[in-house]
Design a protein around this ligand. Structure first.
Ligand code: PLP
Length: 395
């Protein structure tokens, strides 16, 4: 019998928004490999190798490093739910949407949450964090490394010491940094961190890499109450991920894990340092091109996120019309603003496979075309030419 429903034939897009990013055909091919059982020896090998590669990408020796079955928010919830017991104090640093989400998750886990807030687009200083941890003595301080909602990059190097001095744990959201920017779990003294597969790891959305260091594991081992989420309870999930205690917990998304395995292989083949340099080079070229077109960044110099460029929409330009044309005419997806930045900024992602010279040049040319017909005067070719100069001076 014929079905009235057509097969899945999505349009080909260039994903330069806040995520997902472009996916390598190698990752898609891996996801199409035959499904095996979740306790099949082949899959157990894939799990072990994925853990080992994740440790390299997180730059950690942490044994408890796995991919949680769920998107980045599941990673956030895993970290918070396992570290927090009802009545615990937690500081949530909020300078964008995702810090706010972390506070919400912590409250749902019964934490007494102190919100340390900064306007969207700004970052927190080590001094203000130190003052807050001294006052609150939190069990956990949660902070977002790369705020995708604002395009701000939070410096982390100095924070762990002040949190540890006050007896707390440092929890970091590295959803939009892992695999695109240095994330030094061990060197920076980060106790727990989570990410998502669909940003700089360039794998479709669906898994959340997480890592817990020795202090965090001790806290989990000494809990007085059960983790309030059955699905995300690391005291049970970790048995599934360990050769010593392997036991069914839930049916892992087998083919998603194939995809992550291949995405991690691609990252390690490229090398972390060359990958970070690539992300920076493309960010600087895009920035030079946008500047030549009179477009400014929404975040102050020095705190701009290379993987997510939040720029002010020029006066008089219709946000949705330009994004619509970019998508329809050029196949390019970029993001609009979130929260107080809605309608004021565009968010241009340069993550993983999408962070390429080709995409930077194509985007600048396409944007020039869209702006020209929106009545903004841009010197023809100025953006592409400035980006081209930036690439030449970087080589
Ligand atoms: N944290 C940050 C910084 C993010 O950018 C996102 C998603 O964009 C999340 C958390 C939530 O991840 P997900 O949408 O995969 O659940």
């Amino acid at each position: 019998m014929q079905t009235p429903f057509p097969p899945v034939t999505p349009p080909r897009r260039i994903l330069m928004g806040p995520g997902p990013s472009d996916i390598s055909p190698r990752v898609l091919a891996a996801m199409g490999a035959p499904t095996v059982g979740h306790l099949d020896p082949y899959f157990l090998r894939i799990m072990n190798e994925t853990q080992e590669m994740l440790r390299q990408v997180f730059r950690t020796q942490n044994q408890m490093t796995i991919s949680v079955s769920g998107t980045g928010s599941a990673g956030m919830e895993t970290c918070v739910a396992n570290l927090i017991e009802p009545g615990d104090r937690m500081i949530a640093c909020i300078n964008g949407v995702f810090g706010g989400r972390m506070a919400d998750v912590a409250e749902r886990c019964g934490a007494e949450v102190t919100r340390l807030e900064r306007p969207f687009g700004e970052v927190l200083t080590a001094e203000e964090i130190e003052a807050a941890v001294r006052e609150v003595s939190p069990k956990v301080l949660g902070i977002v490394h790369a705020e995708t909602s604002t395009g701000a990059l939070q410096p982390l190097e100095e924070i762990s010491q002040v949190v540890h001095d006050a007896g707390g744990l440092l929890l970091v959201d590295c959803v939009t940094s892992l695999g695109g920017l240095p994330v030094e779990i061990d060197e920076w003294g980060i106790d727990a961190a989570y990410s998502g597969t669909q940003k700089c790891l360039s794998c479709p959305p669906g898994l959340a890499p997480v890592t817990f260091g020795p202090r965090a594991v001790e806290v989990i081992d000494n809990r007085k109450t059960k983790v309030q989420s059955w699905y995300l309870d690391m005291t049970m999930v970790r048995n599934y991920w360990s050769d010593q205690s392997r036991a069914y917990h839930h049916t892992a998304p087998i083919n998603m894990n194939y995809g992550l395995h291949e995405a991690l292989r691609i990252i390690l083949e490229e090398g972390l340092e060359p990958r970070f340099e690539r992300h920076m080079r493309n960010h600087l070229a895009l920035k030079a091109g946008l500047a030549a077109m009179g477009i400014e960044y929404a975040v102050a110099e020095g705190h701009q996120l290379p993987t997510l460029n939040a720029v002010r929409i020029p006066d008089g330009v219709d946000d949705k019309a330009v994004r619509g044309r970019l998508l329809e005419e050029f196949g390019i997806e970029i993001g609009g603003g979130l929260g107080p930045m809605a309608g004021k900024v565009w968010r241009i992602g340069l993550m993983g496979e999408a962070s390429t010279k080709r995409n930077v040049m194509l985007f600048l040319a396409a944007l020039e075309e869209c702006l020209a017909t929106s009545g903004v005067s841009v010197t023809a070719g100025a953006g592409v030419s400035a980006a081209s100069d930036a690439y030449r001076s970087a080589s």
